[in-house]
Design a protein around this ligand. Structure first.
Ligand code: GDP
Length: 614
């Protein structure tokens, strides 16, 4: 067949051969694969009514369209496949134990607690921790790192269990959604005075969908009106038949409040695990597993809790998790003790990563630092490309006019930033559940942990997205940049408030009457204690002005550490003043709030009535 030409240019033409392109590839990437010039491909796309530059990321449909036009069989490679190939190129594989069957050893079950709200999940987690904790010596301070190990004293001796201590099936589902199968066994908590409730069923469905065996903890049996038998009969309808009803699901009556029944509950979990699962892993290989929680710590940098699934993690190991990498500088258990190594089913907090991974990201140990760096950076680049591809508003003039006429521009695009990955995922999850009918769509194009960055704003601006900051603020001058770019940044500290507002926006009913007007920011340079005034922050006003009695919040490392404050006292040298402008030093007193540290930023604002469009 004659090669097609355009403006005298001879175009590359395939004969149906396969071209593999990663999601979000550019025309330059495509051109390289088929040995053509990117500029020619740009022209072809113009001919097809698409305006794109050579380096811009292209969405899947356009890549396929171009393929068809030039007679190539374009296969857009999924991120999962691509990641597998990336690891393969370093002779790595995630998810399988290495070695022979003989290398496998028994490991502890990993347990998640699920159930209806207020049925006692949190109390139960505390009760197990109190009565059966492994690591904390008497009086030791336990800390929530996302998981802990408990011990059960069985007739065959002591056995450990690993308990994930973020209750609720949201966390469970969010991790599963990212392909992380962490949980071996679920404890379904049902309050005996309340019975089976909607979220009981939801939790049960999630566990069954993941083929995770369930042990039922019938809680609050100490309460008057408790009816443990009713719980058993209610659950038979959902396929959970108690042993005394002739089934094989173990039900254990407990009182989390009184710490009663914890031993039998843990034993039931172990028995169920022994009967239904063969929990084994090879401890003698480089460690692999999943990051279950992560956040940015002021003093220690990125801190991630990882659950080792196979192999043994050691201090000094080079590790890559999601798009974060680093060397394990220190490891801590749930009692804050330093540990040297962690084997299968052990949760540990890891210090030494260069950035914050997401909850549910896999981790693996590699032989060399540069391998970890390379994998992480490749993933970062891929993520960036994928985002850009998604954010490219694919719209020809005709399409656009059409959708305007039909009033079809009905997609709300969001970027979510939060202080810990758990809250970012919880928020995204909750937002995705908002039901506003078919003609309105909600899309999250980027999410992350930490302050709102210039990059976030650029992406928002390019894709007409709104940024939601959950307990985080913009870094440096990013707030100003956002306003010049016309990007809407909204701040929340309560998930429900965010959901309400987004839901209202989606329903076209958003009518905020007041909005926050930023007055200024001041950076804390010194902190004084005065017997008369309490804590005084010696500050330099960095932007705008600080006014006495204005509202204030305290920002540390880009995260809000205290809200609802006010500028109770404002002084220059020895004088009380009503306002201090940019570039001047002053002493600020935040009333009864005392926990101010050097480098904190005090942000002041007032509430103004919002102008409504006429
Ligand atoms: P969650 O929402 O499932 O995490 O529930 P919580 O653990 O926060 O418990 C909800 C309420 O039930 C709290 O007020 C607990 O003190 C109470 N509670 C939890 N377990 C028991 C129990 O065994 N007996 C009684 N009487 N109250 C309990």
């Amino acid at each position: 067949m004659e090669a097609p030409t355009l403006g005298g240019v001879r175009l590359p033409r395939g004969s149906g051969e396969t071209v593999r392109l990663p999601r979000g590839a550019s025309l330059t990437d495509f051109a390289e694969k088929i040995d053509a010039s990117p500029a020619d491909l740009v022209k072809v796309l113009i001919g097809l009514g698409e305006m794109v530059t050579a380096t811009q990321s292209i969405d899947d449909d356009t890549l396929m369209l171009l393929g068809t036009e030039l007679n190539f069989d374009v296969q857009v490679v999924s991120p999962e496949d691509e990641d597998r190939e990336l690891l393969e190129s370093f002779d790595l594989e995630f998810g399988e134990d290495e070695g022979e069957v003989g290398d496998l050893e028994a490991r502890s079950p990993v347990v998640t607690v699920m159930g209806h709200v207020d049925h006692g999940k949190t109390k139960l987690l505390d009760a197990i921790r109190k009565t059966n904790v492994v690591s904390a010596e008497a009086g030791g301070i336990t800390q929530h790192i996302g998981a802990y190990q408990a011990v059960a004293h069985t007739p065959d001796g002591d056995r450990t269990l690993t308990i994930i201590d973020t209750p609720g099936h949201e966390a469970f589902t969010a991790m599963r959604a990212r392909g992380a199968e962490v949980t071996d066994i679920a404890i379904l908590v049902v309050a005996a005075d309340d019975g089976v409730k909607p979220q009981t069923i939801e939790a049960l469905n999630h566990a069954q969908a993941a083929q995770v065996p369930i042990v039922v903890a019938v809680n609050k049996v100490d309460k008057e009106g408790a009816d443990p038998t009713k719980v058993r009969s209610q659950l038979t309808e959902y396929g959970l038949v108690a042993e005394d009803f002739g089934g094989d699901t173990m039900f254990v009556d407990v009182s989390a409040l009184q710490g009663m029944g914890m031993e039998p509950l843990l034993e039931a979990v172990l028995l169920t695990a022994d009967a239904a699962l063969e929990l084994q892993a090879n401890p003698h290989q480089n460690a692999q597993g999943v990051a279950i929680e992560a956040h940015l710590d002021r003093g220690r940098g990125p801190v991630a809790t990882v659950l080792v699934q196979r192999g043994t993690l050691r201090q000094g190991d080079s590790i890559v998790t999601g798009d974060a990498f680093g060397r394990v500088r220190a490891m801590l258990d749930d009692a804050g003790n330093s540990v040297e190594e962690a084997g299968p089913s052990t949760p540990v907090q890891v210090l030494g990563l260069t950035s914050v991974p997401g909850a549910g990201d896999s981790f693996l140990v590699v032989e060399e630092d540069r391998t970890a760096r390379h994998i992480a950076q490749t993933r970062q680049a891929r993520e960036r490309n994928a985002q850009l591809a998604k954010s490219r508003v694919k719209r020809s003039l005709e399409d656009f006019l059409e959708s305007l006429e039909k009033g079809e521009v009905q997609e709300l695009t969001l970027i979510i930033k939060g202080d810990v990955s758990g809250s970012v995922e919880a928020l995204e999850d909750a937002l995705m559940k908002i039901d506003v009918g078919e003609d309105v769509n909600l899309r999250v194009i980027h999410r992350g942990v930490g302050a709102i960055t210039k990059n976030d704003v650029t992406l928002a601006s390019a894709s007409q997205a709104i940024i939601l900051g959950f307990n985080v603020r913009p870094e440096g001058k990013v707030a100003e940049f956002a306003s010049t770019e016309g990007v809407d940044v909204r701040y929340y500290s309560v998930i429900y408030q965010a959901i309400d507002e987004i839901e209202a926006a989606l329903k076209g009913m958003l009518k905020p009457e007041f909005e926050e007007a930023q007055l200024g920011t001041a950076e804390v340079r010194e902190v004084f204690k005065s017997s008369k005034f309490g804590t005084i922050a010696g500050c330099l006003v960095q932007s705008g002005e600080v006014k006495r009695n204005a509202k204030a919040r305290l920002i540390r490392d880009g995260a809000v550490v205290a809200d609802n404050l006010s500028i109770a006292g404002l002084r220059r040298f020895k004088d009380d003043v009503t306002e201090v402008r940019e570039g001047f030093e002053c002493g600020i007193n935040l009333g009864s709030y005392q926990d101010v540290k050097v480098d904190d930023v005090i942000e002041t604002f007032e509430m103004r009535e919002k102008k409504r469009p006429a």
